[in-house]
Design a protein around this ligand. Structure first.
Ligand code: SF4
Length: 299
């Protein structure tokens, strides 16, 4: 898969469990070493960094997880957790208290919670502290991996609005990984739909949600009534995603696809441009467009 994230932009990545969304995130921050491919930041390759260079790179790309305890040590106070990140940035300890207060204000939390521990906070407050901690190193990109999935609906909306405000003010880019298409429609400028480790549809949020083309995208969207347009062709998604280590031949979606034809069983479709920016990996869609196949994105 290949994609570009511009400063100040949000790329949403969607797909069922096991589609490879979180593996992409882990490979980007090099918590997992990718077996192939390149990650570039600001035009410079950052794959296979080690030692101090890897540490410096990780400062530029932060993660906010679904479970705040993945980034917050339950034994550390809020002040210490954020202070630890400020130390990574090289800020002297004498300046920590003022910076912690500023960061808490940035995520709309009262300064009084600085001395509390994570178990003394609500779920929404913990996630705001995780965001403050990520912001403490002035990252260029924040990867939000199901970051609001565990929050109540009203709290989720507040945190999403907060993330938008932060992006507006700082120009940080978000890679927003979510199985919730309503969240992605609200947050993302561009959307990539993943299936078994590959992008099967990519486009602007408007293109993908208003005019989904890939049968898998249409089935995902059809499962969310609030995202479905009236009169849209509805497809029901049946069966389970395949084992990523042993995907079906041809188009990996063919065992579940109601539109599959013989070619789908033997030939893997490439991700090709079918609109202004919209790209789809589906033989039937591409034939319908009567386009000469042209590879735009390499896997
Ligand atoms: Fe379905 Fe065939 Fe398109 Fe794959 S290539 S999504 S199996 S129609």
């Amino acid at each position: 898969m290949s994609f570009t994230l511009q400063p100040g932009e949000t790329l949403g990545i969607a797909g069922e469990s096991g589609s490879g969304k979180s593996s992409v995130a882990r490979a980007l921050v090099q918590l997992t070493r990718p077996t192939g491919g390149t990650v570039s930041l600001g035009g410079a390759p950052v794959t296979n960094l080690k030692g101090q260079r890897l540490k410096r790179f990780r400062r530029r790309m932060q993660m906010v997880y679904q479970d705040p305890y993945d980034s917050l040590d339950p034994r550390m106070s809020v002040s210490d957790a954020i202070g630890e990140a400020l130390s990574v940035r090289g800020l002297p300890k004498t300046e920590h208290a003022a910076q912690v207060a500023q960061l808490l204000e940035r995520v709309k939390l009262p300064a009084t919670i600085a001395q509390r521990h994570p178990n003394q906070l609500s779920g929404g407050q913990r996630q705001r502290v995780s965001i403050a901690r990520a912001l403490a190193v002035n990252p260029e990109i924040i990867i939000c991996d199901e970051a609001v999935a565990a929050l109540d609906v009203s709290i989720r909306a507040q945190v999403l609005n907060l993330l938008k405000d932060i992006q507006h003010d700082t120009g940080v880019g978000y890679l927003f990984i979510s199985h919730d298409l309503s969240t992605l429609r609200f947050m993302a400028d561009h959307v990539a739909i993943m299936y078994v480790g590959r992008i099967v549809e990519y486009g602007t949020s408007e293109e993908v949600f208003s005019n989904p083309q890939h049968p898998y995208t249409r089935a995902l969207i059809a499962a969310v009534p609030s995202v479905t347009r009236r009169g849209e062709r509805r497809l029901k998604l049946s069966g389970e995603p395949p084992d990523p280590g042993n995907p079906p031949s041809g188009c990996p979606f063919h065992p579940r696809c109601p539109e599959a034809v013989e070619t789908c069983r033997t030939e893997r479709p490439e991700l090709l441009t079918i609109g202004d920016a919209q790209k789809v990996a589906c033989h039937v869609v591409q034939w319908g467009r009567e386009k000469t196949p042209k590879t735009e994105v390499t896997a």
